[in-house]
Design a protein around this ligand. Structure first.
Ligand code: SF4
Length: 536
């Protein structure tokens, strides 16, 4: 049960970015009362409801083998009388993309309000809080981050008063040329209040010599490198943009309005459109900047000629199976991954069993292709909360058992093919293999629906350092022995790309499987210290 606001509020009034003696600030950050809310209640039950990401990750926080985490999800609404509640619904559907903080900014043509807090969307945005957010435009953000106070300070949207007017911004992804840009902006008088990539972008907008806001945004985006799907809002306009390589998804939808202009919506994943009753219209293209005003939707390319490299791990794990990203249904990709896995590494067995929930769709595909029956031989306890296991190391060691339980009468005496979506450190996989074997399975064959993860991500995914990635330091046979499986096979890279493309002609980033990065990650130490250590 959610018990509500703890009463602990952080109040920050106008913070100027001007250094002593410097000219007028180009941008100043406003976080007005009581716009940052901090929640003390654990989020376990809400997390558990969403299945794969929440319950599993939080349950294993601080333990041996967490899943990789996405950083953010974004939404934007233009032309709805209760834009805040629409943004809330969109964020609710995107909660799997970040569970540490959330925020919504709204605008009504003359003013711009912003509320953000630590916790889940449903914890922060009660009816009372949403009532404070007036306007027919909104942007929203949900975020995963790793640290306490900095997480609060870096919660988004960020609202900035600049020489180009009042702007609210939220983004998903990671920039990879932070250091250079930051140093240059600081030389020009900027004083940074956060470590957020969003602040780099708004400082660039504020310092741009372009004559109009839209030109300044385009100018700013053309200077940053890396992964970003961005939503922005002024008092009377909404903007959405994707980086030129299209790392992270961002889609545009429409809620038809027979009595006036349609509501235009943007979201990291199309699953958000279903709750909003919005019709999917199209993806925001890589290198595209879309502007929505009361006159309608306009679009411009701020970058061309850079090859697409959309994150393939969105299809493997992050995105919800009921979303369509990069023009492809995630459910279809995952089922094809399972089918391809069966073709590449079939093995005689009695049952195909998914590691729930994230291995389910690939297991359905594997079973369909191989003709081996699919069964839920492992049951997830969706009501295990993070607070239950955090206090005692002794309890943590039982994390997997708390979370998963074998169906003994299905597994006993059978040859089992276990399907999972990744192995990060290997310790959780070993516990699951042991669990299935101790339930009486005669053989346990582990099949993974993507290639071995050998390299960290610099584009918005929280990856362990290379030294902690089991596949970066061991052969497949060594991993098999470590996890104590009778056999182990991963999906090939070609097989994964084929499964995720589905004839759409997409080109993907596969750097965590190859170590071959699509950008020059010149400022690695600014992006991810652990990763920097890994490549030294
Ligand atoms: Fe996605 Fe991996 Fe590329 Fe990161 S490195 S963007 S997780 S494919």
């Amino acid at each position: 049960m959610i018990e509500g606001v703890s009463g602990e509020e952080t109040r920050i009034t106008q913070i100027s970015n001007a250094r002593p003696g410097s000219p007028l600030p180009a941008a100043s950050f406003e976080v007005e009362e009581p716009q940052i809310l901090r929640f003390s209640t654990p989020a376990s039950e809400e997390c558990a409801r969403w299945g794969p990401r929440f319950a599993q990750d939080d349950n294993l926080r601080g333990a041996e083998d967490p899943k990789l985490r996405e950083h953010c999800g974004v939404v934007a609404i233009h032309g709805h009388p209760d834009a805040a509640r629409q943004a809330y619904l969109g964020l609710y559907a995107l909660q799997h993309r970040g569970q540490e903080s959330a925020g919504i900014a709204t605008a009504n043509g003359s003013s711009l309000s912003n509320i953000k807090g630590m916790g889940l969307v449903s914890e922060i945005f009660t009816d009372e809080v949403l009532d404070k957010l007036k306007g027919d435009m909104a942007i929203g953000h949900t975020r995963y981050s790793t640290t306490g106070d900095s997480a609060l300070l870096n919660a988004q949207p960020i609202r900035v008063e600049s020489t180009k007017g009042l702007i609210a911004i939220a983004h998903n992804g990671n920039l990879v040329n932070l250091g250079n840009l930051r140093a240059r902006l600081e030389r020009e008088g900027a004083f940074f209040q956060t470590t957020s990539d969003s602040e780099i972008i708004v400082q660039l907008i504020a310092h741009s010599r372009a004559g109009t806001l839209v030109d300044a945004i385009a100018d700013s985006l053309s200077q940053v490198d890396g992964a970003f799907s961005i939503v922005m809002m002024t008092r009377d306009r909404v903007f959405a943009a994707r980086d030129p390589r299209g790392f992270r998804p961002l889609s545009m939808g429409r809620i038809p309005n027979p009595d006036g202009p349609d509501t235009i919506v943007f979201a990291s994943e199309t699953c958000a459109f279903d709750l909003l009753r919005a019709r999917f219209e199209r993806d925001v293209e890589p290198g595209e900047l879309v502007m929505v005003t009361s006159d309608g939707v306009t679009s411009r390319r701020y970058s061309t000629g850079i090859p697409q490299s959309s994150c393939i791990f969105e299809h493997v794990y992050f995105a919800r199976p009921d979303s369509k990203i990069f023009n492809r249904w995630v459910q279809e990709s995952r089922e094809q991954m399972g089918r391809q896995l069966a073709r590449e590494s079939g093995v005689p067995a009695d049952l195909v069993v998914p590691v729930p929930d994230s291995g389910v769709t690939a297991a359905i595909g594997y079973a369909a292709e191989s003709g081996i029956p699919f069964r839920f031989g492992l049951i997830r306890n969706h009501y295990v909360g993070r607070t239950f296991i955090e206090p005692e190391q002794r309890v943590r060691d039982f994390g997997v058992k708390l979370k998963l339980n074998p169906v003994r009468n299905l597994l006993e005496g059978r040859r089992i093919i276990l399907i999972d979506d990744s192995i990060i450190r290997g310790t959780t996989s070993r516990k699951i293999v042991r669990m299935v074997r101790s339930a009486g399975a005669k053989e346990v064959h582990l099949r993974i629906s993507c290639p071995p993860t050998i390299s960290p991500c610099y584009y918005g995914v929280d990856t362990p350092r290379k030294s902690e990635l089991i596949a970066a330091n061991n052969s497949i046979e060594e991993i098999r022995r470590f996890i104590e499986a009778d056999s182990l096979a991963y999906l090939s890279l070609e097989g994964l790309e084929k499964a995720c493309d589905g004839g759409e002609g997409n080109r993907f980033c596969v750097a965590c499987y190859t170590g071959d990065y699509p950008t020059h990650w010149v400022d690695v130490e600014d992006i991810l210290p652990a990763a920097a250590e890994a490549v030294r």
